[in-house]
Design a protein around this ligand. Structure first.
Ligand SMILES: NC(=O)c1ccc[n+]([C@@H]2O[C@H](COP(=O)([O-])OP(=O)(O)OC[C@H]3O[C@@H](n4cnc5c(N)ncnc54)[C@H](OP(=O)(O)O)[C@@H]3O)[C@@H](O)[C@H]2O)c1
Length: 304
């Protein structure tokens, strides 16, 4: 399948790119600057210089692709509006292209488990949504994607858990803080984070493209239900010099992190039955068991 990928330099997109290339799918990837484009080319992708907010830069490669994976997101006040524009562009270009050449297309949109809100009873794909303010805009974007489903356009909304592995992201930041001597946990840390290993997630995206069964919302979590404090303790215990762990009250964390603090404080249990029905079995079954690997991956990423 010819794949067009946005966000290929990001945490999720880079794992998706690696998995697509390993799976034998040619990838055209959107990059924001020539230096990043070069890095993507070195990994085996065909880069295109463009920007989510400038639909003309990627309309044609979207039409030429059998599948589009959207894993880009701009973390700025304009991020949500740019994503709305990108979704409108991609969904309409794919529908038009399929009508013109009669070939069906697949679109995979990257959402996240936070839209589910607090979920003490294990949430599945049909569970009601209760997004915290940080992602309250997201259900509308999911709906845009789901409602574009047709005989010629198969649409998938993936909701990954917090991604671990490599040198970036929430878990990698926790490892970084631990190596610097102080882990900060928002609240008492009794809340559970649904998580997923980056390479397992990449492999799931390949399955979603390849399987005609994959449609609608699909969760991507390792189902380990680990408490944040237990994750922090496991990282601390593994290091030769034990860091301190400080529980930061939510009200104090909000002052520094804004609405992001509430997302980090969510207590969630999230199941992924639809991913498992595609034959997906995560190789890493939780952060705690993977700590030695994750610290090594983090250190390797720092050397790159
Ligand atoms: N990471 C997680 O744990 C996690 C979990 C669940 C859901 N998600 C969701 O997954 C999506 C991707 O997350 P991520 O963590 O992989 O993000 P990330 O590491 O911050 O990567 C973002 C990607 O988007 C690209 N990008 C940003 N603004 C762009 C623009 N205006 N035009 C074109 N490309 C642009 C970045 O390119 P540059 O390299 O040029 O900056 C980068 O490739 C987000 O919607 C996020 O909410 C993430």
């Amino acid at each position: 399948m010819q794949v067009f990928l946005t966000g290929a330099t990001g945490i999720i997109g880079s794992a998706v790119l690696d998995a697509m290339i390993k799976g034998g799918h040619p990838v055209t990837a959107l990059a924001r600057d020539p230096e990043k484009a070069e890095k993507l080319a070195a990994k085996g992708a065909a880069p295109i210089i463009g920007e989510l907010g400038m639909p003309k830069t990627y309309g044609e490669p979207v039409k030429a692709a059998d599948a589009v994976v959207h894993a880009a997101f701009e973390a700025s006040p304009r991020g949500v509006a740019k994503e709305t524009q990108a979704l409108e562009t991609i969904l309409s270009a794919m529908t038009q292209a399929s009508q013109a050449d009669g070939k069906p297309r697949v679109f995979v949109y990257t959402s996240g488990v936070w839209v589910l809100g607090r979920s003490l009873k294990a949430a599945e794909e049909d569970s009601p949504l209760d997004p915290p303010p940080h992602v309250e805009w997201r259900p509308k974007h999911e709906e845009m994607v789901l409602s574009a489903f047709s005989a010629s356009l198969r649409t998938v909304v993936v909701r990954p858990g917090i991604v671990y592995g490599g040198g970036r992201g929430i878990i990698a930041d926790l490892i970084k803080d631990a190596l610097n001597g102080l882990i900060r946990v928002v609240g008492p840390g009794k809340n559970r984070w649904p998580c997923v290993y980056d390479r397992d997630l990449g492999e799931l995206y390949v399955r979603m493209l390849e399987s005609p069964m994959a449609a609608g919302v699909i969760h991507a979590t390792d189902e380990a239900d680990e408490r944040v404090m237990d994750i922090a303790e496991a990282v601390a215990a593994h290091l030769p010099q034990r860091p301190d762990i400080r529980n930061v009250p939510l009200t104090e964390a909000r002052k520094k992190l804004g609405t992001y603090a509430d997302a980090l404080a969510l207590d969630q249990r999230v199941r992924s039955p639809k991913a498992r029905a595609l034959g997906w079995t995560p190789t890493q079954t939780g952060v705690i068991n993977s700590v030695p690997r994750l610290v090594e991956e983090f250190r390797n990423a720092q050397r790159e």
